[in-house]
Design a protein around this ligand. Structure first.
Ligand code: IPE
Ligand code: IPE
Ligand code: MG
Ligand code: MG
Ligand code: MG
Length: 297
């Protein structure tokens, strides 16, 4: 019997978590820091790692070869969640089915372990000799640039700032998409584009993968916002119903649930057409993409 997407995600998550624990330097590191970083990196769907594996697979690259990058990307993603949950941001005490990092280790560790997840996440692959040897400096530099652009002021950090600035304000659909693009979509796009870069995709293929990744990233955040109003906290592993209370600028607030669903499906269709136009077997990436819009958590 073939593996379900949920099973695939769980298998990949285990791979990534084991690799992270094994390769996270411990020597000379305050114990509380190491423990809080592992705590922050543990749990979650590890979707971005799976997106990287699936894209790399389409270019004939096995999982083990890109594991350092997958682990790094997931640590960096975890940094964004740890900081997102802080009292000065979304103030969420519950994440991945357990107390948020700042609830378990205190607010200062919430800031510092978040910093560490970002920096050590980058080191996971930039400092990995095997990874450098396999792909060469040029490709490793290129994927690092992609990630840094997705994360910086024009990416996630900028998006998180817009998310806070627009909180409680009347916003247009365009403004909501400005937030989505930056805070989420570019960091969903990044692992897909990285897979293509490492696989030696042509300029045209990289352009199509980029467009596909951005559309999928927008779908991902629309679904996150829909789940916030339709799903229970226990199933989500984080506090449901917060967006409305905090006056977050979401498509659900601007258009309502059913219109938001329609927009998401429309974007998904466009994404699928792009993927289908690429001359490779992207079956796993497509299955993961379907999961993005149908998932319950
Ligand atoms: C949640 O991301 C944060 C958003 C960008 C909306 P995920 O839903 O991928 O979180 P985990 O990693 O599975 O916990
Ligand atoms: C967070 O978006 C996006 C990030 C860059 C972390 P949300 O604030 O909607 O994510 P959740 O719902 O807390 O996971
Ligand atoms: Mg947020
Ligand atoms: Mg949040
Ligand atoms: Mg959310």
């Amino acid at each position: 019997m073939s593996e379900s997407v949920e099973e695939l995600l769980a298998r990949n998550a285990q791979l990534v978590e084991e690799f992270t624990r094994e390769h996270l330097p411990q020597e000379g590191v305050p114990r509380v820091l190491w423990e809080s970083v592992v705590y922050g990196a543990t749990g979650g769907k590890k979707l971005r790692a799976s997106l990287l594996f699936a894209t790399a697979q389409a270019y004939g690259i096995p999982e083990e070869k890109v594991l350092p990058l997958a682990a790094g990307i997931e640590m960096i993603h975890s940094f964004s969640l740890v900081h997102d949950d802080l009292p000065c941001m979304d103030n969420d005490d519950f994440r991945r089915g357990k107390p948020s990092l700042h609830k378990a280790f205190g607010e200062a560790m919430g800031v510092l372990a978040g910093d560490a997840l970002l920096v050590e996440g980058l080191r996971m692959f930039v400092n990995n000799r095997e990874f450098l040897k396999t792909f060469g400096t040029r490709k490793v530099t290129a994927v690092t640039q992609v990630l840094l652009e997705a994360l910086g002021n024009q990416g996630m950090v900028g998006g998180q700032v817009l998310d806070l600035l627009y909180q409680g304000k009347e916003v247009t659909e365009r403004e909501v998409f400005e937030i989505y693009l930056r805070k989420t979509a570019r960091f969903i796009q990044a692992p897909i584009l990285c897979g293509g870069i490492l696989g030696g995709a042509s300029r045209k293929e990289r352009r199509l993968l980029s467009r596909f990744g951005l559309l999928l990233g927008e779908c991902f955040q629309i679904k996150d916002d829909i789940l916030d109003v339709t799903q229970e906290s226990t199933r989500l592993g984080k506090t449901a119903g917060k967006d409305l209370v905090q006056g977050k600028a979401t498509l659900v607030r601007v258009q309502g649930i059913s219109k938001a669903e329609k927009v998401m499906h429309h974007l998904f269709e466009e994404a699928c057409q792009i993927l289908a136009s690429l001359p490779r077997d992207f079956a796993t990436l497509l299955a993961l993409s379907r999961f993005v819009i149908t998932r319950a958590y």
